[in-house]
Write a protein that binds this ligand. Sequence first.
Ligand SMILES: [Zn+2]
Ligand SMILES: [Zn+2]
Length: 598
Amino acid sequence: MNDDKNASAPAAGATAPAVDLDTLRHSAAHLMAHAVLDLFPGTQAGIGPAVETGFYYDFLRPEPFSSDDLAAIEARMRELADRDIPIVRSEIPKAEAVRLFTERGQTLKVELIQEKGGDIVSTYSQEGFLDFCLGPHVASTGLLKHFKLLSVSGAYWKGDERNVQMQRIYGAVFPTAAELESHLHLLEEARKRDHRRLGPELDLYSTNEDLGGGLILWHPKGARIRAIIEQYWRERHWAGGYDVLYTPHIGREVIFQTSGHLDFYKDSMYAPMDIDGQNYYMKPMNCPFHIQIYKSRMRSYRDLPLRWAELGTVYRYERSGTLHGLLRVRGFTQDDAHIFCTPDQIESEILRVLDFSLSILADFGFTDNKIELSVRDPHNPAKYCGADDRWRQAEASLVKALETRGLPYERMEGEAVFYGPKIDIKVKDALGRHWQCTTIQFDFNMSNRFGMTYIGEDGKEHQPYMVHRALMGSLERFFGILIEHYNGAFPLWLAPVQMMIVPIAERHGAYAEQLAERCRAAGLRPHVDQRREKLAYKIRDAETHKVPLLLVVGDKEAAGGTASLRIHGQGDKGAVEVDGLLARLRSLVDTRSLTVSL
Ligand SMILES: [Zn+2]
Ligand SMILES: [Zn+2]
């Protein structure tokens, strides 16, 4: 799961571009720690990596950092940068490093040094500031020019909530002022679109302390959007040659023993519950259940491929500190599918599932995707389960599908999970951010563990190929991405309320209701605003709630059988004839148009 706060370690041995952004970021983290230790003696420094959006450093200090403190730290960083202090790497005996950091009262650093193997450790210093670090760093502080401190939040030492809580200061740094400027603008846009703000504001969903973190309450409007997505999803799947399944939320221990989840995945599963003296678990994945259906009868090569999809709700343990709105939750519904096929079918099946995925993503407006192909580490074949020739065939089918469609992709050697190679698709949203959604993944493990077979043309038993596939990932997460991508202004086909009908005075209420009835008869979703509020207020309210269309009706409209139309984001369109409008809207919905053009 990608999260903009995920730490990414500087890539060792990566080819260095002219300006290595990670080195710049990590050096800015040092500069910040330098400034913090200067200004706030007695503060302990934890870790300070480069991350996808900049850098952070964790500090241990009893008093919270205020926004004034951040400004002071940033000013101090600027002074240190202006003095262009050389950044010096040293390699020293571990015992010496322990002594140096103990002397400075940096006991967290001492802990890190002691955990590190080997007798020699590397340090970086800039004037009085010393850090235990592998590097690399820029040559001097003067190379850091365009930075900004952004926020401070809580973080546990080593990410473990049993440990002490530290203060994490985030910052951004770029090679040029223009890049920093555009990044800050993007952050501001992202803040405005944050689904954790927009979701409750638009009355789409909520979370609740009494219910428990990471559990989502879908309000009527959010639930309407979800139901539309689910309906669309099912129809596309049936049309695409899939069957749809339903399976339970819990299952006996033995099924998760056989699947291997209790060996490999137990940390993400909730404690078992006792039912009639037997342990039952909430499912973290749907696969074992689909396999039970596969195994419920003898399968022949003539039955294959089987394409089985389920909107399957699963429960996984996530640390409370990592829960994040709709993006990282503890209960969620995957748009899951499993494909079981013969070796002859994998090429066409993979191509088919790739086309299917891209076509569904495109209907939501995601056409600019980043594709990653994760394959085995060729130097370490023992790490993986499944026969060598099967791996080769599976990887070849993934490559073939991507190349057949001429899709650019990044090949990531050694990134495959132990049970099979995969394709991941990351969508690019309106702000240019990438979100991991689709996964198409072979599995050589489960078909083995469950002893899945089919009778081949030769009359003998063979093992089918099994592919896991999720397109949106989970409905919760995808919904969060959609809210931010559309900025809460859903396209007509997804909008929970498509048109707000506003009568100018009470006497126009009956005509407004009549109009709503005609909308509903056309399969559209109207709402009549009968509140005793001023017209201007109602118009503004519909705008705030990002309702795509606003139909204002008064004497003239009632007499002429028309409506005065406003389109969200486009403004006033004047009087329109109702039948023509409804027919046009119907066709926009049917074609899942992303914009309203009349
Ligand atoms: Zn460092
Ligand atoms: Zn699966």
